[in-house]
Design a protein around this ligand. Structure first.
Ligand code: GTP
Ligand code: MG
Length: 330
């Protein structure tokens, strides 16, 4: 067979291609890298003597020298940066590959990394059906930032002219009812402390129906999951003009394994999206972002501080790129 040229986008791809085309006994004699490509000169068997090896090397060099690939962009800085954010090897490779591939067009590597990262994580769409009341329920572990994020969103919706009610199912914990009332007052949004999730139904009748019901839960995920499933069934049975979207509130500092447990505890409850909180408290947001992407859970909002008016941002590709490259939202 002699020596053949094999090409791939990276070393792994080129080696796999060599195995496919030349067979298991393929031996790499020479290689060349650049512009998002790896070229291999491959023989179908090892050389039988040192003389044979020299001849093979000469042949390989001459084969590869016909391909004028120049050095690709320097992705070492991007790689270092992503490693600092806690990114996985697979994500780092994906971004660096994309940068090397597109760099030929003359764009700056960092801009290309931003472009790739902006599409690496799903965004949760807003679920609003005209004429229906949207019930947005926030679930998640104790202290994740459910009530604070809910109040931030309530303030935003009230300012944009929507009729909003905040309902809290967290009525047994000392101070919980006072907290939601105080936050409601602060963002000029009416509140209701509900002992039973089905109390929400009473808000969904008549002309004064709210546009949005923001439903806060207790942080005891098994019980919250069960309550929301009851609400879901009741809404369907009563044919009310309302739709329920469940949002998981998760600290961006959380370990994915804990988040996984949290989702398990919620049971068979469709999760519409995620609100990521405490983005101001870590420079390593990648593990949680990558976990959500693997589970195909889109991020709806990112919270990066305690300020009720400023610190909740609608998730965008730019925010993901900032988090992954700078370790902060802006
Ligand atoms: N630094 C920072 N703190 C936050 C953020 N969001 C919420 N917090 C703080 O986190 C703490 C818990 O927030 P809560 O909104 O009470 O959390 P929760 O999920 O409702 O908690 P439980 O009701 O106990 O389950 C509070 O001190 C908040 O001020 C954020 O984005 N950044
Ligand atoms: Mg709370």
């Amino acid at each position: 067979m002699g020596i053949v040229k094999i090409e791939g986008r990276n070393l792994r791809e080129a080696l796999e291609s060599a195995k496919d085309k030349v067979g298991e006994s393929a031996v790499v004699i020479s290689r060349k890298k650049g512009q998002g490509r790896v070229l291999l000169a491959v023989a179908d068997a090892p050389p039988k003597s040192s003389m044979a090896l020299l001849t093979m090397r000469q042949e390989a060099r001459s084969l590869l020298s016909r391909d004028k690939i120049t050095a690709g962009p320097n992705t070492a800085g991007i790689e270092r940066c992503l490693r600092g954010r806690g990114a996985s090897k697979a994500l780092i490779e994906r971004v660096c590959d994309a940068v090397s591939h597109k760099a030929a067009d003359g764009a700056h590597p960092l801009d290309l990394a931003v472009e790739e990262l902006a599409t690496a994580f799903p965004i949760a769409g807003a679920k609003h059906v005209p004429g229906q009341t949207s019930i947005l329920a926030f679930v998640g572990s104790a202290g994740a930032g459910k009530t604070t994020s809910l109040a931030k969103l309530a303030g935003h919706l009230v300012r944009s002219g929507r009729r909003v009610v905040m309902v809290s199912l967290d009525v047994n914990r000392v101070g919980a009812v006072e907290q939601i009332r105080a936050l409601g007052k602060h963002v000029t949004c009416p509140t209701l402390a509900a002992r039973d999730v089905l109390q929400v139904m009473s808000l969904l009748q008549g002309d004064k129906r709210p546009d949005v019901v923001l439903l806060d839960t207790s942080g005891i995920s098994t019980a919250d999951g069960e309550a929301l499933r009851r609400l879901q069934t009741a809404l369907a049975e009563n044919n009310l003009q309302a739709n329920l979207g469940v949002y998981l509130v998760a600290e961006i500092t959380m370990r994915p394994v804990v988040l996984e447990e949290e989702l398990d505890k919620l049971g068979q409850l469709p999760i519409h999206g995620c609100i990521l909180t405490k983005a101001d408290e870590t420079r390593k947001p990648a593990p949680v972002l990558e976990f959500l992407a693997r589970r195909n859970i889109g991020v709806g909002f990112v919270s990066a501080g305690r300020d009720l008016k400023q610190d909740l941002q609608r998730a965008t590709g730019e925010i993901f790129a900032n988090l992954m490259l700078k370790g902060r939202v802006l």
